[in-house]
Design a binder for this molecule. Structure first.
Ligand code: DX5
Ligand code: ZN
Length: 226
């Protein structure tokens, strides 16, 4: 049994892109741990976000690690460029990788930590042969593509199943949950075994984003069993 302090990663997708610098400074000055950066290609997901120049600009001002979530097909083609643009962690979707083991190790060879994301309809069993190799597993709790969607409740079951798998196979694994996270479900997510809370709309649509981040950060489950 161990207690680990959870991390909070505001999702820049919900920031005001015309005033991105202000939002980066806000996150720098907040209790947030990481910047969560969503890259969408319009093929893997039905939306397009932004690419290398924007990521490099964020990296220039960010004073916290950049957690880059690639919602793109053929990520192998671009991981080096994402590293060069400033990514610290690179997460790829299992559904987008034919040779997931190769992709994960290519990310690590670049000097980044490596994450694997799965969609709501993808079972935890898909991670069985990769869980030892990754630093992060990102569980999508909405269908990827957009901020501000409703949290999918079956995610709790997947978190518990993954927590049990991690206890057996990879004790340092970080379990990240992404989509529809707010002050109503954060505590239950932490109790189920989450290490990293991603929050877009809850942070950036808040009257006071710094307070919203602090609220997520101060949630303290009595016991996180691992
Ligand atoms: C969705 C993205 C999420 C999104 C989260 O495809 O991966 O990171 O920005 O936003 P909220 O917290 O608003 O659901
Ligand atoms: Zn994301």
């Amino acid at each position: 049994m161990s207690k680990r302090k959870h991390l909070v990663a505001p999702s820049v997708l919900s920031a005001d892109f015309a005033h991105l610098h202000d939002d980066i400074v806000m996150v720098n000055q907040s209790e947030a741990d990481w910047f969560h950066i969503d890259i969408m290609d319009g093929v893997f997901v039905p939306n397009i976000s932004f690419g290398f120049p924007v990521l490099a600009s964020i990296a220039h001002y960010a004073r916290k690690p950049l957690d880059v979530h690639l919602m793109i097909v053929e990520p192998d083609k671009y991981i080096k460029q994402f590293k060069e643009a400033g990514a610290d962690n690179i997460t790829v979707h299992a559904e987008a990788c034919t040779h997931l083991h190769r992709t994960v190790h290519a990310i690590k060879e670049l000097g980044c930590t490596a994450g694997v994301a799965i969609n709501p309809s993808t079972p935890i069993s898909q991670l069985h042969e990769i869980v030892d190799d990754v630093d992060v597993v990102l569980l999508m709790s909405v269908n990827p593509g957009f901020g501000g969607q409703k949290f999918i409740e079956s995610t709790y079951r997947k978190i518990r199943e993954l927590r049990a798998l991690a206890a057996e196979r990879n004790d340092s694994l970080l379990i990240e949950v992404d989509g529809g996270v707010d002050n109503h479900n954060a505590l239950a997510l932490l109790k189920a075994g989450v290490d990293v809370l991603v929050a877009g709309n809850f942070v950036f649509a808040a009257k006071n984003p710094v307070h919203a981040i602090a609220e997520l950060k101060r949630m303290t489950p009595d016991l996180i069993s691992v």
